[in-house]
Design a protein around this ligand. Structure first.
Ligand SMILES: [Zn+2]
Length: 478
């Protein structure tokens, strides 16, 4: 008995030793931040953003025709507001409304970079208009903020980038490598006419960029428990997107004599089966990078958990949604309260984890639900994107610039659950990253696509400054 106790004691001690060893071995991955030169920005940057907001460049639906007055008006606004940009950069219009600016580098042997954003915005729900502090397309400027649809998503970034280029041109800056500014007009409805066509256009010219940067990563404030610093989330990949329709067809009948298997009951069972048998959680890239970078920044207990994923994998992966998610989003069937319908349908949306595919998800559905259920792919589908490198020159420069402009932030690579235009650029770019320093806190999160979208003046200025330093640094790279 004593021997067994001793053995257990040794095992427990070993166990604790491994936990502690891994915890103490985890050290910060953050690069040292360096001081930056001061930049004198034009005072009317807030005015410029506010004017850009006034153009109702709304993407309603894939079927709707874009409002040419709004989009051309927005183009004209850019021409008038950024004269040096339009004098010095090439401009091509793709699919009529998307814009591709080319700032030719002096050394054409260098790989270019592509900086993206989009000019379209989502509509505003009429009944919520009263909840806005100012009209969503008014472009109101208050003491501290600029209010309006697009300030966060994504005109703030688009206009901020042009503001930075205008400033650099004023200083007679000439980049060594070519810089493309790629601004789609239909991101909010999938980007198939805008960003996809821009990428195809670049590909046709044989262009291969060092890196592409797009929206989809943020400067998170107070969103990571235990981390006081701002967390700059640089997303290296995005999940795939696929919806499937489950269709049940029966002979129906009268509700006074219901059959054992009712159309609606069968459909409901299939949905429950899918919810109860979800795709497994997996430690894949870039989730492992995320844990590695995050661990060192956390208080001791959390640090210990993240430093020992062999033991705490399950809760961590669950928290990060590190699997292919299952979400029933549409359901329909039945027309009369005494008739069993002959057809009932439901749509289930999946966000696919890197490493899995649309085919794997389809297989999973067919294996999970009864074979009496018909399964069909529906709407837009895309596999997960590749995972970009954290070793590359592109990532290193991006990371350094973030740390220099935001010294009190930590840079953490990650995976984005939603989709961005960036996914189209893997074919023309070594790496694709998602990050602009839009500050996102628990309160501002709901403003994306939501009510009272607005950005603080301070944050907008940060976006311009970040763009300025990023372009200058990539542009000047020997
Ligand atoms: Zn967006």
């Amino acid at each position: 008995m004593k021997k067994i106790l001793k053995l257990i004691g040794i095992i427990v001690l070993l166990f604790i030793a491994v936990l502690l060893f891994n915890t103490f071995r985890t050290s910060s991955k953050q690069v040292a931040s360096k001081p930056l030169e001061k930049v004198g920005l034009a005072k009317d940057i807030y005015q410029n953003l506010a004017k850009g907001i006034q153009h109702k460049t709304i993407s309603f639906s894939e079927e709707a025709i874009p409002d040419s007055t709004a989009f051309f008006g927005f183009h004209r606004f850019l021409e008038e507001t950024f004269p040096l940009v339009h004098e010095n950069l090439g401009l091509e219009k793709i699919s009529t409304y998307s814009l591709l600016y080319t700032w030719k580098g002096s050394d054409t042997t260098k790989k270019p970079i592509i900086l993206m954003s989009h000019m379209d915005v989502v509509p505003v729900d009429e009944p919520t208009l009263g909840d806005w502090e100012a009209g969503p397309f008014e472009g109101k400027i208050t003491d501290k903020e600029i209010i309006g649809r697009g300030t966060l998503d994504d005109k703030g970034t688009l206009i901020g980038l042009l503001e930075a280029v205008e400033q650099l041109l004023e200083e007679s800056f000439q980049p060594e490598r070519t810089i493309y500014l790629a601004f789609g007009h239909d991101e909010e409805i999938g980007g198939s006419n805008g960003a996809a066509k821009i990428a195809a256009h670049l590909k046709a010219q044989g262009i291969q960029a060092l890196m592409t940067l797009d929206e989809g990563g943020f400067l998170a404030e107070g969103l990571v428990p235990g981390v006081e610093d701002d967390v700059a989330i640089v997303n290296l990949a995005e999940k795939g997107f696929a919806s499937f329709k489950l269709i049940v067809e029966t002979n129906g009948g009268h509700s006074s004599a219901p059959p054992k298997e009712n159309t609606i009951g069968m459909l409901a069972q299939a949905i429950v089966d899918l919810e109860n048998n979800q795709r497994p959680y997996k430690m894949v890239k870039p989730i492992d990078y995320q844990l590695e970078y995050m661990a060192a920044e956390l208080p001791f207990v959390q640090k210990m958990a993240l430093s020992n994923p062999w033991l705490f994998k399950k809760p961590i992966l669950e928290k990060l949604n590190a699997h292919t998610t299952t979400a029933p989003t549409i359901i329909g069937g039945g027309i009369k309260n005494n008739v069993i319908p002959t057809v009932a349908e439901a749509t289930i949306n999946f966000r696919i984890l890197p490493g899995e595919t649309i085919d794997i998800v389809e297989e999973h559905i067919k294996n999970t639900v009864s074979d009496k259920i018909k399964v069909e792919r529906v709407g837009f589908l895309t596999n997960p994107s590749p995972v970009s490198s954290i070793e590359s020159e592109g990532y290193q420069t991006l990371q350094q610039t973030i740390r220099d402009v935001f010294p009190s932030s930590v840079v953490i690579p990650g995976l984005v659950g939603g989709g961005t235009d960036a996914r189209y650029f893997y074919e023309v770019s070594d790496d694709v990253y998602r990050f602009y320093p839009i500050r996102l806190g628990p309160e501002s999160m709901t403003r994306f696509h939501g009510i009272d979208e607005k950005i603080s003046k301070d944050n907008y200025k940060e976006i311009v400054l970040f763009s300025y330093h990023l372009i200058k640094r990539f542009g000047a790279q020997k």
